[in-house]
Unconditional design. Structure first.
Length: 181
């Protein structure tokens, strides 16, 4: 269970770090002018805050696995819409921003709910290490993907990883449900 939680948090962190660094490049390759790309990129922050506010209002009514599941689905939806190149880039970035916004909540609350408060700090430290290494490596990995496969290929790879993360969180959800039964 620990390894799976660390993995899904690491994958989420890597997606966020990669896209945060390369978003403007990806948008510009899609023939969006720099000023428009910056304006679109600025949508991500308010989407994060809005999703966090909503999560804070409803979090007492559900287990944190639901927050983690929603975050991975929102990120996958946002990345998928961006990859498809639909004309409403803003919608893709709102989904993506909402997903990474509530991911920041799930990253702390899910391990607490699963493992309890005993040794919480040590567990979070063990989870943080692979996540931080992944975040550090992601911008370089993203540059290599864009260089080797173009922005669309990089988004396709990122979307595949985001879908994998949704599947892994679904497995985690099932395991937690069985454990509670």
């Amino acid at each position: 269970m620990f390894a799976l939680i660390a993995l899904v948090i690491t994958i989420s962190s890597m997606i966020s770090a990669l896209l945060s660094v390369h978003l403007l490049t990806i948008l510009q390759v899609r023939e969006i002018a720099l000023a428009a790309a910056v304006a679109l990129g600025a949508i991500v922050g308010p989407a994060q805050v809005g999703a966090r506010a909503i999560e804070m209002l409803i979090s007492r009514f559900h287990h944190p696995i639901w927050t983690k599941f929603a975050s991975t689905v929102f990120v996958a939806t946002g990345v998928g819409l961006l990859w498809l190149g639909l004309p409403v880039v803003a919608a893709a970035l709102i989904f993506y921003g909402a997903g990474i916004g509530i991911e920041s909540i799930a990253r702390g609350t899910l391990p607490l709910a699963v493992f309890g408060e005993h040794r919480y700090a040590a567990i979070m430290g063990r989870i943080a290490m692979p996540s931080l290494i992944g975040q550090a490596a992601s911008p370089s990995l993203g540059a290599m993907l864009i260089d080797g496969f173009g922005a669309n290929g990089a988004l396709a790879a990122l979307f595949s990883v985001a879908l994998l993360n949704v599947m892994l969180v679904t497995v985690l959800f099932i395991l937690l449900r069985r454990r509670a039964a």
